[in-house]
Design a protein around this ligand. Sequence first.
Ligand SMILES: [Mn+2]
Length: 438
Amino acid sequence: MIKILHLSDIHMGSGFSHGRINPATGLSTRLEDFVNTLAKCIDRAINEPVDLVLFGGDAFPDATPPPFVQEAFASQFRRLVDADIPTVLLVGNHDQHSQGQGGASLCIYRTLGVPGFLVGDRIETHHIQTRNGLVQVITLPWLTRSALLTRPETEGLALAEVNELLTQRLDPVLEGEIRQLDPEVPTVLLAHLMADRANLGAERFLAVGKGFTIPLSMLTRPCFDYVALGHVHKHQNLNKSNNPPIIYPGSIERVDFSEEKEEKGYVMVELERGQANWEFCSLPVRPFRTIEVDVSEADDPQKAILKAIAKKEIQDAVVRLIYRLRSEQLDLIDNAALHQALNDAHNYTIRPELVSQLARPRLPELGVGNTMDPMEALKAYLGNREDLKDISAEIMEAANRLLAGDDPVWLELSDESASEAAEPQQTPSKQDSQLRLL
Ligand SMILES: [Mn+2]
C-alpha cells in the first residue's frame, strides 16, 4: 500500500488585496497565509510520512512570480527533499509561459536536478520507486491547442470544434501511454484539466475562454487506480462509482470571494493496484465573509448596517460590506463608525450601492409602465408632499398657465424668504405668505 498526499492549485502570490502589509516583514499577510497553509500540507506529508506527494498544478498566479514568492514556495517543497519524499509537480495553465516550452516556474526544479522531484510538463509516464513500492504516474499538463494541433488545422474552426479535434488527438496519445503500463503496478493519472462534468469554482473566472474540456469517459478507465486532478478550486469527486476516484482537491486557500463558502484542503490516498481509499482533509484557512444588506427601506440606515455587521463573525476574517441605500439617505451614513465596526476584520472593503430610482421609484404613481401627463405627475408629486399642502392649489394653477403658454409665469421669493427657505425648520404657512404668483 502506497500513501500519497495530493494537493493542487496553490496560487501562491495571489489575493494580496485581501491582506495587509506585515510591518515586521514588509510582506503581504496573504502571502503568509498561503505559506502557512502550504506548510500544513507539507507537515502532514512528513509526519505521516507519505510515500509520494502529487501537486496538481497552478503554483502561482502566473509563470513569472517575483523571487520572494518563488522562494516561499521552494522553501516549503524543499522540506520534502530533506525528508526523501518523491514529488511530482504538474504544470497548470497558470504556470505556462508563452515563451519556450512548458512551465518556466516549475521546470527549474528539473533543471537544477532536485533529488526526487519530477516536473510534469508533458504527457509522459513516470516510474517512481517509493519506500513502499513502485508506482506509475502519467502526467497530463494543461493542454493548449498548440500542444497537439497546428495552426492550419484549427483555422476557421469554432472553439467547440477545436475542442473536439483536441480530444481526438489526445485520445491516441494517452492510449499510447496506457499500453505501456505495467498492469501489476498501481497507477495514477495526474492531470490539470477541466472535465466536462466539473462543478466550476473560481477557475471559471480565472481562465474564461482559454480552456478545453476533457470528456469524463477519458478518465474513467480501469487502468487508473486514482485520478489526481488540478484546475477546479472547489473540492469534488467526479466519479460517483468511485472506481477510480476522480478527485479535485481544490485550492488550498481562498483565492477570492467566489470561494467564500468552500471548504479548503488536500487529499490523502492509500493506493493499491485495483483500489484507492481517499480522504479529504480540511485546512483551517482564513474565513471570508460577505455582509450584504439593503437599508433603502430602513428609517435608520446606519443602525441597520451596524446590526448586519454585528450579526457576522468578522474577527480576523476578510470582509466585504455591501449595502444598498437611496441617494437621499447618504447623509445618514457615518462612515467613520462603519470603519470602527469593521476594525476587528483582518481586511475589509465597504461598497455602498445606490438603489436605482428607476427600478424602485419614490412614488409608486410614477413607476415604470405608468404614463401620465405633466399635470397628473405634478399632482401625484404634490400629493406626497405634506409640507406643500397649503400652496399646492396655487402651484397647480401656475403650472397650468405655464403649460398653456399664455403668458410668462414667475415664482418669486423675496430676499428675506429665500434665506429663510434654506432652513429646514421653515414652516409651509410662512413660505406661503411670502410666495407671490405674478
Ligand atoms: Mn488551473
